[in-house]
Design a protein. Structure first.
Length: 154
């Protein structure tokens, strides 16, 4: 009888220990409530949240004569809504103005601009083998001539 009691106390302690310690990520770890920008190589000037890796096979970029074109694809675990909140917070800090933001059938599309370029951010879920991941696509293009976009009112 005493062995069962001690076993119950031991198992109960192991199960409840994470609850007592507590953490930002929730009961068993998991995702943080806010994403932070990762260190970047190059000068893309578009923040990428931690937890994403570039899919080089699905990415391209080119620069020539003072303009650049970037279409990078990233795959990661963070929830699409956290990624959307990340861009709402981080793009103005990187000197990008929001033009529009929409969600249609699980695809989040956000458009930003600065003085020289336009940036489109697309966030969606994708199935990969035995799990679901978040796909992040960043497209940076020079401004279209003669087309001025108006920012979204706050």
């Amino acid at each position: 009888m005493r062995a069962k009691t001690w076993l119950g106390v031991l198992v109960g302690s192991l199960v409840l220990a994470p609850c007592l310690v507590g953490c930002q990520e929730g009961f068993w770890g998991g995702e943080p409530k806010m994403l932070t920008p990762q260190e970047q190589l190059g000068t893309s000037q578009v923040p990428i949240p931690t937890g994403f890796e570039m899919d080089e096979a699905g990415s391209e970029d080119k620069s020539t004569g003072g303009w650049r074109y970037i279409r990078h694809t990233y795959i990661g675990k963070p929830d699409p809504q956290l990624v959307r909140a990340f861009y709402h917070e981080q793009m103005p800090l990187a000197k990008w103005r929001m033009i529009d933001d929409e969600m249609l059938h699980g695809l989040y599309t956000m458009r930003f601009e600065n003085d020289l370029e336009a940036c489109k951010v697309c966030i969606s879920r994708v199935k990969q083998k035995w799990s679901t991941k978040t796909k992040l696509q960043i497209e940076v293009t020079p401004h279209s001539r003669g087309k001025t976009l108006k920012p979204v009112p706050k």
